[in-house]
Design a protein around this ligand. Structure first.
Ligand code: ZN
Length: 403
């Protein structure tokens, strides 16, 4: 894969003038139809370092500013897509078919955590850069509202995008327009319409079943991205979606794959998976560091697990050989991970609680699965390339199994 390094765009948080409604009216959409739970982010990240990349390509890879940009890219490139369902704002959740006809299918997804945009860009690039005879299905973004940003999320309840350029102005707006549910210890949460709006993430920061969450049970809340010098994840550029379960626990969009109650975005995903029965699933995420790692899942049979290990070993070897910085030997992503080899961890969802994320669900029901984590302190295009390389390498090993 070739990428041009000189085109990294730094968004300035200005309100985008694109109009999703105009796209809907033109019928286009009808045609195409912090923290990650596993990858907790520090609030502020350092500036990206410039670097040159000899393998330059004409096609620039940068974060999508708006979900409509992603849809336009899919349309312009002529990808085969279909609408799997609609997010609460009527944004279509799209699935794209690529690859060949061979089964088992490969499933690639990203974007459940809106601040982790290199995964989304990588998923879109892989549609025509993943060479395989196997069927490939891609859901590049599992949270269109989150991608469209915090002001957009506010507009769903206010009727228009607010003019806010600072956290202070945002907090004043929330207090003025919303019903305050929580305002303590620096945490602000208000209810406007049927949605919650917060000034920071509440995942694992508030007690399950807390009384103030009552009006938000079964609903979602958003807090703004605010990472300095991370293109695509600066102040207000993304709305990080968290979901309050019917029993009052604050989770996020990479849960609920195994629960009967689930946000529509998750139901679209598992609906497609039920149809294609993927023998290999990738979920492309990011974390707050500057290195690379990914997580594997224990498999249902010894044979499956041998191949899971083979894919993991080869992907780790090839990514390390590409010059990417691997997670250091003493790094651990959390208590529910155990090391398989340097840069690769087993994730045990039973130790974590909270139900199954996408890769957990893929492994539990269908076959091999990995969650890829690129480091947000690296340049954007490097992260995209590393994510793609992981998938491309694992897919080569996968293909050997079915040769
Ligand atoms: Zn994540």
């Amino acid at each position: 894969m070739k990428i041009q390094r000189t085109t990294v765009t730094v968004f300035n948080g200005l309100q985008c003038r694109r109009d999703d409604d105009a796209l809907l009216r033109r019928g286009f959409l009808g045609i195409v139809g912090l923290a990650c739970g596993e990858c907790l982010l520090p609030r502020r990240l350092r500036a990206e370092s410039p670097a040159s990349d000899p393998s330059a390509d004409k096609r620039a890879v940068r974060p999508f500013k708006r979900y409509s940009d992603l849809l336009e890219t899919i349309e312009k490139r002529g990808y085969k897509s279909r609408v799997l369902g609609y997010a609460p704002d009527k944004s279509p959740i799209v699935g794209i078919k690529a690859g060949g006809d061979k089964k088992p299918a490969i499933f690639i997804s990203a974007g459940s955590h809106s601040t982790e945009q290199a995964g989304v860009a990588a998923a879109v690039e892989l549609i025509d850069k993943l060479e395989t005879e196997h069927q490939v299905f891609v859901i590049p973004c599992r949270d269109p509202i989150g991608l469209n940003g915090y002001k957009y999320a506010l507009s769903l309840s206010l009727g228009e995008k607010p003019e806010i350029e600072s956290m202070e102005a945002m907090e004043k707006l929330l207090r003025d327009k919303g019903e305050v549910l929580l305002d303590a210890d620096g945490k602000l949460l208000v209810l406007i319409g049927v949605y919650g709006y917060a000034n920071q993430g509440l995942y694992r920061k508030v007690e399950k079943g807390a009384e103030f969450l009552e009006p938000l049970k079964g609903r979602r809340l958003w807090f703004p991205s605010r990472y300095e010098n991370v293109p695509g994840s600066g102040l207000f550029e993304r709305a990080y979606t968290q979901v309050v379960t019917p029993d009052g626990e604050v989770l996020h969009m990479n849960r609920f794959h195994d629960t009967s109650w689930a946000p529509v975005e998750v139901r679209c995903t598992r609906g497609l998976m039920a149809e294609i029965k993927p023998g290999l699933t990738f979920d492309l995420h990011e974390y707050g560091g500057d290195a690379f790692w990914f997580s594997a899942r224990r498999q249902r049979t010894d044979e499956d697990e041998i191949w899971e290990r083979r894919m993991a070993a080869e992907a780790a070897r090839v990514v390390a050989a590409s010059g990417a910085k691997m997670a250091p030997d003493d790094y651990s992503p959390g208590s529910f991970f155990s090391k398989l080899q340097p840069g690769v961890f087993w994730l045990d969802p039973s130790l974590r609680g909270e139900g199954l994320n996408l890769a957990d669900f893929g492994a539990n029901k269908y076959g091999a699965a990995f969650t890829v984590e690129t480091g947000m302190r690296q340049p954007f295009e490097h992260r995209v390339r590393t994510s793609m390389l992981t998938v491309q390498t694992a897919v080569q090993v996968f293909a050997e199994r079915y040769r």
